[in-house]
Design a protein around this ligand. Structure first.
Ligand code: PLP
Length: 355
């Protein structure tokens, strides 16, 4: 079975093998070397000289950590789909003062909308899902970051769960304070581990937030303290860190911008294939480079389509949340290459003739 769902995604056998190494003790010199090498490699991908933390959890833990560690006053949650709605729900469940700014699903945010909202509210943080995995919308991160940078006291919290390492993200230059990914998306590892990019400004803010709000497991001050010694506060998932070491080596071999370009071209290929029969759910200008969400304009039996693909060894994804039964999604990220997409397209064509 090959995975074309937006996570977990395809993982190559050599990466799986790298993860199956005999473990090292996590308070040893060997671990500290591994930790240091992987963290520094991730910094190159995020184009940051600030902080990167290795965190054993799925991304959601860190999305909760963002609002708990950084919001002293009030946060603006930007909602454009199921995952950004979840970020707003997490904020409310943590009892953190928030406002929600929503656009219809399929739309993304314009810098102007964010500017208006920040101008008219009294916020010290804003959350954005860079790549809305439920709708296939990629928000204009760089342009929105430029707006957020105008507001000195406002920290920028970004969910890059399904975009990080697949598209260009310049954490320092763009002024991102807290950016999260889980590894089962463009990082192309099995699930269970997350990556956090953190600005110095965010660490300073966390010092002003009470311990009871920061919590324990996801207290970024504890994470930073341990990281300064090339360690984590708790026992990390060492297999994932072995996997990341090889993934980073592969990224260097391919070249970071060649990798971004591959994602862009695979996205174009999938969109061009599907546009002839289906509609794109993402509005013009917001289509994602890491996954595509199609509407079922020609009214095929989506369930039968998915099952026929699965029986041939290709797992694609149905609609997420409210879009279940109305859309389907194809991921083109991580360790998937042009040959994989070509093969997928050929099989989809074959199946569509039969349906
Ligand atoms: C955009 C986005 N945010 C958050 C999540 C949740 O990530 P995790 O399941 O790793 O906690 C996902 C998972 O698909 C996602 O796509």
């Amino acid at each position: 079975m090959k995975l074309f769902i937006p996570g977990p995604t395809h993982v190559e056998q050599d990466v799986l093998n790298a993860m199956a190494q005999y473990p090292v003790g996590h308070r040893t010199h060997a671990y500290r070397e591994l930790h240091n090498e992987v963290r520094e490699g991730i910094k190159d991908v995020l184009m940051t000289k600030q902080n990167v933390m290795l965190v054993t959890s799925s991304a959601t833990g860190l999305l909760e950590a963002g609002v708990r560690n950084l919001v002293g006053k009030r946060v603006l949650n930007l909602v454009c789909g199921a995952f950004s709605q979840r970020q707003a729900d997490i904020t409310k469940e943590c009892d953190i003062p928030q406002d929600t700014l929503s656009v219809p699903w399929g739309d993304g945010f314009t810098p102007k909308q964010v500017d208006e909202a920040l101008k008219n509210g009294d916020y010290d943080a804003v959350t954005l899902v860079h790549n809305e995995t439920s709708t296939g919308v990629m928000n204009p991160l760089k342009e929105i970051a430029q707006i957020v940078q105008k507001y000195d006291d406002v920290l920028f919290i970004v969910d890059a769960v399904s975009s990080m390492s697949g598209v260009e993200i310049k954490m320092d230059e763009w002024g991102i304070d807290f950016i999260v990914a889980s590894v089962q998306k463009a990082w192309a590892l099995p699930p269970g581990f997350a990556i956090l990019g953190l600005s110095d400004k965010a660490l300073e803010r966390a010092k002003l937030i009470p311990q009871s709000q920061r919590g324990h497991y996801f207290d970024i001050l504890k994470l930073a303290k341990a990281d300064a010694k090339n360690e984590t506060p708790i026992t990390p998932s060492i297999p994932h860190i072995y996997g990341l070491k090889l993934r980073l080596q592969k990224i260097r071999e391919e070249g970071l911008y060649a990798r971004f370009n591959r994602h862009h071209e695979m996205a174009n290929k999938v969109r061009n294939w599907g546009k002839a029969r289906f509609g794109l759910y993402a509005k013009d200008g917001f289509a994602s480079d890491t996954l595509t969400c199609f509407t079922n304009d020609c009214g095929i039996d989506l369930d039968a389509f998915g099952k026929a693909m699965e029986s041939r060894g290709f797992l694609i994804s149905g609609g997420y949340g409210d879009l279940k039964g109305k859309t389907f999604r194809i991921a083109h990220l991580g360790a998937l290459h042009h040959e994989d997409i070509d093969e997928l397209i050929a099989v989809m064509d074959e199946v569509l003739i039969e349906l």
